[in-house]
Write a protein that binds this ligand. Structure first.
Ligand code: ACO
Length: 307
């Protein structure tokens, strides 16, 4: 007896065979992917803003060149991800409209300000570190175009993380003022980075289904725990501390215990009330409007070529 499209889909997911754009898929699977991939793409693009802020003030030519390259990488990640989402039938224009009118989310982390040079280090180490922890498993996500986009993104993110750690390492071996700047930045970025993994599993509406479909390979809390375990060790190399008095190695669990997360802050930031939400969206909308002539010129050029 022939299998129904749904049975074919389920058996592919079971057997770890990637789902491709032309395959039949449940509507909810498609919607979940468009939601997650587009939000991921928006995060990459909005994520250029806090670091772009420091390009002109980076302390040396080498630091400037590295930071420019890194911010450009983030733009590239956004573009691969918009392309992956487009294979599911939603246009980039539509996704960008949803970002601009507030319907689509982007990562909470990019609504915090970057007030010192050390923040470029903390973003690389902690924010990109959290991103890699979440994104390496996405190289094995069940939807082919998303999984393939993630391979290159992860390679670049891992370079970003190392450059961030190296900035902090340099500061941590510097003057008293530099060490202070380093610690202050870690203090400000730690908890927002821990929150990046999303709500705890019992408050996450999408995790259970996304795990069944193998879109997600680990739950939010599992990834968060891995991140805490790694950072709790790495921070020792910097001779700095994480701002959590309850951080403690638990022999029984073989993991670090950590203090309570301020979920009120998390939900407030993702519903638009973080320190920089308005500034970030205004900057994106302005850039989009000011880029209209570039899109028009590119379209005119493409049309001329077709003729
Ligand atoms: N920032 C903003 N919104 C978030 C965050 C966050 N850190 N974490 C969760 N949310 C949102 C979800 O998008 C969802 O909102 P929605 O229903 O309106 O779409 C809601 O909170 C509930 O969360 P979950 O049920 O846990 O949602 P999901 O299963 O999608 O898991 C996660 C969230 C882990 C962020 C997932 O979408 C994911 O892995 N995305 C890909 C990675 C990514 O987007 N990274 C972006 C930052 S990294 C970077 O760009 C450098």
């Amino acid at each position: 007896m022939a299998l129904t499209p749904e049975q074919v889909f389920d058996s592919k997911v079971d057997q770890e065979i990637r789902i491709e754009p032309r395959d039949w898929m449940p509507d909810k699977y498609r919607q979940t992917l468009v939601r997650q991939i587009s939000q991921h793409a928006h995060s990459e693009i909005v994520g250029m803003l806090p670091e772009g802020n420091w390009i002109t003030r980076a302390p040396s030519l080498r630091r400037k060149a590295t930071l420019i390259a890194k911010v450009q990488d983030e733009a590239g990640h956004g573009l691969y991800l918009y392309s992956a989402a487009e294979t599911l039938g939603t246009s980039r224009t539509e996704m960008i409209e949803q970002l601009h009118n507030g319907k689509a989310k982007y990562s909470s982390i990019f609504n915090y300000p970057t007030i010192s040079w050390a923040d470029m280090g903390a973003i690389g180490w902690l924010v990109d570190g959290a991103a890699i922890m979440n994104q390496v498993p996405l190289c094995r996500t069940s939807y082919g175009p998303y999984a393939r986009a993630m391979v290159r993104i992860c390679k670049e993110e891992s370079f970003h993380q190392r450059q961030g750690f190296e900035i902090l390492l340099t500061l941590s071996r510097g003057t008293e003022a530099q060490r202070h700047m380093c610690q202050d930045s870690i203090n400000r970025w730690w908890w927002p980075s821990v929150m990046m993994f999303g709500p705890s599993d019992d408050a996450s509406p999408h995790t259970a289904q996304s795990m069944k479909w193998k879109i997600k390979r680990f739950t939010n809390d599992e990834l968060r725990q891995k991140f805490v375990d790694i950072c709790a060790e790495q921070v020792k190399l910097l001779g700095m501390t994480l701002p959590d008095p309850l951080l403690n190695w638990n022999e029984v669990r073989q993991h670090y215990d950590f203090g309570p997360i301020n979920w009120e802050e998390f939900w407030s930031v993702i519903s638009g009330n973080g320190p920089c939400n308005k500034e970030r969206l205004d900057a994106r909308v302005k850039a989009h409007e000011e880029g209209e002539w570039v899109r028009q010129a590119a379209n005119a050029y493409a049309k001329k070529h077709r003729q």
